[in-house]
Design a protein around this ligand. Structure first.
Ligand code: TUI
Length: 310
């Protein structure tokens, strides 16, 4: 399945990995790149030196291209932007905002830039500013989300833009990839399906919770704050949603969720951890290697799209 995206990024399969904060470190990124996709180090709320070290470690594990995701609400984003330009990483994806202020610096460093967008308006603005592709991310996704579904967002972005569009949100098997291609996407970004993988360096409880989840087991908290986040439902989401319904202040809500991503990823705290994951969690039933996950998804997609005899 060669597309403009595989050509642009010099990768075998049109699959890029979501830049999941705390979850996507260099171990996962290198595994995805070595398996023929594009691995991404998720810099989340980390500082610039953490990112520099991750990039160095990733380069020791793979000679394939990989990228770094910049979460634009991170107060360290300006320094991270400089480090990435210095290190001349192959690809940068961005999330949770507009990367406009960093684009010329990254372009001068020869970096491929792929903003994650959740609306046609921002997608158009990004294309005008010369980015290389966009990820159109639907509200099915885990973590910080927009309003539109993948099914509605992707074809509208495809029609509005000339650059390649990568579909994200709710894709975890070959059927999802085939569907995304039918909508006009030239690649997919997957996050949740890489959580229960052998190479993902997170607490085993996080992987098991995704594998055990059913279709209705995610909740969106933070709608009242303007920063909606999808996670697996647990005691934390129950308390958070109750407090939101009762009109809790931003400060009170922040106090409740402070450090909760760390509690999920490092401590495996099933009750009070923030286990960011997408609605497709219910489809995932087995832990496996990144390579097996990617190859089985691609085999199924190629069969469905008629490129491979089954
Ligand atoms: O960024 C994500 N997903 C994330 S970031 C994250 S870290 C975090 N932790 C706690 C609270 C908040 C964030 C966890 N998951 N996905 C990409 C994405 N970007 N989804 C939606 C957007 C987005 C939303 C609005 C991008 C741009 C935007 O508007 C910007 C503008 O200026 O128009």
């Amino acid at each position: 399945m060669k597309t403009r995206l595989t050509e642009l990024l010099n990768i075998e399969y049109p699959i890029i990995q979501g830049g999941m904060a705390w979850v996507a470190d260099y171990h996962l990124a290198a595994a995805v790149s070595n398996a023929g996709g594009l691995g991404i180090i998720g810099s989340g709320g980390a500082d610039a030196e953490w990112v520099r070290n991750q990039v160095k470690c990733c380069r020791e594990l793979t000679d394939k291209p990989f990228g770094v995701n910049v979460m634009l609400m991170n107060p360290h984003a300006p320094e991270i932007a400089d480090v990435l330009a210095e290190e001349k990483v192959a690809v940068i994806t961005t999330g949770a905002g507009s990367p406009e202020r960093y684009l010329s610096k990254w372009q001068e460093a020869g970096i491929k830039i792929i903003p994650v967008i959740a609306s046609v308006g921002l997608a158009r603005r990004m294309e005008r500013l010369g980015v290389d592709a966009v990820v159109a991310e639907g509200t099915e996704s885990g973590g910080h989300i927009g309003e539109l579904t993948t099914m509605t967002l992707v074809p509208q972005v495809v029609d509005a833009l000339s650059i390649p569009v990568i579909a994200a949100g709710g894709i975890a098997d070959g059927r999802g990839i085939a569907a995304a291609f039918m909508l006009g996407a030239e690649g997919v970004q997957c996050g949740t399906c890489f959580i229960p993988c052998d190479e993902t360096h997170i607490h085993q409880n996080y992987k098991d919770l995704v594998l055990k989840a059913s279709d209705i087991d995610t909740k969106v908290t933070g709608r009242s704050t303007g920063h909606p986040v999808r996670t697996l439902r647990n005691q934390l989401t129950k308390v958070y949603l109750k407090m939101e319904a009762e009109g809790a202040t931003l400060d009170e809500l922040e106090q409740l969720s402070l450090g909760s991503l760390r509690k999920a990823v490092v401590d495996g705290d099933k009750d009070m951890g923030s286990f960011m994951a997408g609605q497709i969690s219910g489809l995932l039933k087995e832990q496996m290697t990144v390579k097996d996950r990617i190859v089985s998804m691609m085999d199924q997609a190629e069969t469905l799209l008629g490129g491979k005899k089954s």
